[in-house]
Design a protein around this ligand. Structure first.
Ligand code: NI
Ligand code: MN
Length: 228
């Protein structure tokens, strides 16, 4: 089974696996790093980590056009329903469910989750995805460093997607600590360079990953892909 993971800019990722297309945090309109657009992107599933505009982004518009199943926490699925998002699957932290793309479990993330109109977006989440071939992907969402990343790592993570932008999330130093706690086989940075406030030198961070952890760093440009 071939799986392709593509960075669509900021915290948005596309996972193509098992004949399905999954979008994570599809924020393209107003995203200076967007590698696709709300009108052209394909989706069978959309997963949203939390309610902030740079994550929920274009989810409703893409879901209305494509009919994709939207997966997120209970509050976000409830908020999307009156916006014409007819297919929603509500979950919550610690819960797992099997989907055609694999098994998804929501993990904790230390952050906040207010929706763009001020509604409560519930608790922010990270994502643990087990593909049908057994490979495991951990997308941390927006979060600070937390020691339970060690527990998440005990699942045996093949690829970790970690924020390094600082200011709103972990910065480069804490993301190195996160890699040490999680122990993934490979790690890719996300949530950086979208705006100057979260500008980071990803190549320098990757060099630190090589020297300070056992993981292999992979730095992608928006629009670039990785085979799993
Ligand atoms: Ni956020
Ligand atoms: Mn964010």
């Amino acid at each position: 089974m071939s799986t392709t993971l593509t960075w669509l800019g900021h915290s948005a990722w596309r996972l193509q696996t098992a004949g399905t297309t999954l979008l994570i945090d599809p924020f393209f309109t107003g995203n200076p790093a967007a590698a696709t657009t709300v009108d052209e992107v394909a989706a069978d599933f959309i997963v949203i980590t939390h309610g902030h505009g740079d994550h929920i982004g274009d989810a409703a518009a893409i879901a209305r056009r494509t009919g994709a199943l939207v997966i997120s926490n209970f509050e976000i699925i409830e908020w999307l329903a009156p916006q014409g998002v007819q297919r929603g699957h509500a979950m919550n932290i610690g819960g797992a469910h099997s989907f055609p793309f694999g098994d998804l479990k929501l993990t904790i993330a230390h952050h906040s989750s207010m929706l763009p109109d001020g509604s409560s977006g519930g608790n922010p989440c990270g994502l643990l995805i087990r593909l049908s071939d057994g490979q495991k992907i951990y997308h941390a969402g927006d979060t600070g460093l937390f020691y339970d990343m060690k527990l998440i790592g005990e699942a045996g993570i093949d690829l970790a997607i970690l924020p390094i932008g600082d200011n709103f999330t972990m910065g480069p130093d804490d993301a190195i600590r996160a890699v040490q706690l999680i122990g993934p086989r490979r790690v890719v940075p996300t949530h950086f360079n979208t705006w100057s406030l979260i500008a980071q030198d990803a190549a320098a961070w990757a060099a630190r990953v090589r020297s300070e952890t056992v993981a292999e760093p992979v730095v992608l440009a928006p629009g670039a892909s990785l085979s799993l």
